[in-house]
Ligand binder design. Sequence first.
Ligand SMILES: *[C@@H]1O[C@H](CO)[C@@H](O)[C@H](O)[C@H]1NC(C)=O
Ligand SMILES: *[C@@H]1O[C@H](CO)[C@@H](O)[C@H](O)[C@H]1NC(C)=O
Ligand SMILES: *[C@@H]1O[C@H](CO)[C@@H](O)[C@H](O)[C@H]1NC(C)=O
Length: 214
Amino acid sequence: MEGKNQSQYQSPPSDSYPPNDQESLHTMEDEEAKRKKRMKWTIGIVAFVIFQVVQALFFVLVIMKFKSPKFRVAEFNVQSLTVGTQASPSFDMSFVAPIRIKNTNWGPFKYDASTMNFTYGGVQVGQAIIPKSKANFKSTKKINVNVTLSSANLPSDSNLGSDLSSGVINLNSQGELRGKVTVMFMFKKKKTSQMNCTMAINTMTKAVQSLSCQ
Ligand SMILES: *[C@@H]1O[C@H](CO)[C@@H](O)[C@H](O)[C@H]1NC(C)=O
Ligand SMILES: *[C@@H]1O[C@H](CO)[C@@H](O)[C@H](O)[C@H]1NC(C)=O
Ligand SMILES: *[C@@H]1O[C@H](CO)[C@@H](O)[C@H](O)[C@H]1NC(C)=O
């Protein structure tokens, strides 16, 4: 605004004045001051435009980048475990599964309730309910769910006999969380988070001796 006003008060062209040393010196000083002012304004405007562009880029490239939250099981110990023999293989176990939902977005991830499945050799041996909730922005939601697994549904030709003789039960857990990420309180995007973990449970120590999630 100030810049516009300034340009309206330009001094008359110097040739309308009588050629006078004093005068021309003044005009030169005026011109110099004006040039400096214009320069300041130009720099200010350019800096402002750059600032806006950087801000827009940051917004688009960082804030508005919606990523699927990570959904996994953390390590745990089995509270109760009973296993059959190699000739008559079976297992029953219960534990508290620590579930982790890592949300790296710049906004909360609200998800619906879902069911995760535990399988042995592709056959379902138990389920767990994940209640509807949300993972806050840039944080990991931690929940504990009670899980009871049983080999009752396994076919008689499963690997369980040899697994039990080696003292390790290999399990798999799958799950899917469907929800929405909201950034800046208004930009929403549907996101789905998949779990696919494999874990080996040691029947002697009742601990998870290896765990990997994708
Ligand atoms: C899980 O089991 C514990 C006891 O082992 C019980 O206190 C708790 O209420 C159970 N939680 C749920 C969600 O059922
Ligand atoms: C869990 O198993 C049920 C069938 O019992 C199936 O409908 C569902 O899609 C499975 N969930 C996942 C995440 O695999
Ligand atoms: C889960 O991961 C295993 C490898 O660890 C892979 O063989 C299997 O296809 C994956 N399942 C899904 C549903 O992605």
